[in-house]
Design a protein around this ligand. Sequence first.
Ligand code: NZQ
Ligand code: ZN
Length: 388
Amino acid sequence: MQGNFSYYNPTKLYFGKSSLENLNAELPKYGKNVQLIYGGGSIKKIGLYDDVIRILKDNGKTIVEDPGVMPNPTVDKLREGVKIARDNNVDFILAVGGGSVCDYAKAVSVSVHTTEDPWDKYYIRFEEPDCPIVPVGCVLTMAGTGSEMNGGAVITNHEAKLKIGHVFGPEVMPRFSVMDPEYTYSLPVRQMVAGIYDIFNHICEQYFSGEDDNVSDYLAEALMRSVIKSSRDAVKDPYNYEARSNIMWAATWALNTLIAKGKTTDWMVHMIGQAVGAYTDATHGMTLAAVSLPYYRYIMPWGVKKFKRFAIEVWDIDPTGKSAEEIASEGLEAMRGWMEEIGVSLNISELGATSDMIEGMADATIILDGGYKVLTRDEVINILKDSL
Ligand code: NZQ
Ligand code: ZN
């Protein structure tokens, strides 16, 4: 059954080779002062920076640069970006990079015109923006988060040891995103596979919840099959356009709000993974990979029907003569084999986590109630211990 919902996604996408030139159609819609946000310099290495500057200048824009957005952007960097935007009367924000750059751009966009502290307002009190929002456009260079077509903006506060995501509404989603899969060729393999696991887990988070037969779960299965196939091809040959373009497009659909419509969702792997991230600053997709199997193995008995379906529909497990539990376990085992094959982290120790961090990580884990089992703090601790 599809539950009731409303659906609106305002982000316009330009997908494919040379899609950057479409900036020429978008930029005239926005004001003159552009804040150009990017990360640690990968966009310069691939020549994208020069192309973006050329197009901005051709369109008569005044550019103020805001470089150095780190993976897992921090609240200190956010405050810096807000100051840059205010000092330069920024009319439009152009984010060029991965999910961190896109998320950060959205966080800046809702913070420029408020007098309140953005961390307290959006990440502690979870308020919605009540001020003008600076429009954001993205040029995506890494497939994974879906940030190019959603309202998510995850910010890390190292002092408080918290990594928190606020999912803003359509008014904060990028006005447009440029998605050229060829930009992702230069990603280090480790980043590529972390992004791939992030995509896969976004789908799992929305799939492993509820028992009803609905369209979203069929869409989820198709997306998972596509990600598994393309990931194997991309690991063998990172320059395989078919694989890279499929991965980039699957990432968008995995988390642009569609496959959550009309059903409940879980998101506990992300909650635990984010707590690991708050303590280790490890790559997002790796934190998810490292806690996934202990989590799914633990909750499987409460959701065995769906785990059995996952095994058969996604991993082609032959159900003949087996119990639901056996089929479900074989499915998770097939998933483990695939994770090993593409090379994602299977424990949090290799990400820098130590046993003395476990209690703090459990405290930093936000417990949600949409999954098959609502965890207690002790259960979170056990899952984290199993992940070490
Ligand atoms: O900083 P640069 O030099 O650009 O290098 C980046 C960074 O080191 C590099 N990179 C990106 N594109 C590249 C490239 N290197 C070479 N060639 C390219 N084409 O990759 C590194 C990681 O980039 P990052 O943006 O941090 O990765 P990702 O896209 O995985 O974003 C992670 C952030 O997004 C949040 C995560 O928590 C994390 O903070 N998330 C956002 C979500 C959302 N908006 O809905 C949901 C996700 O679950 C996630 O939580
Ligand atoms: Zn994620």
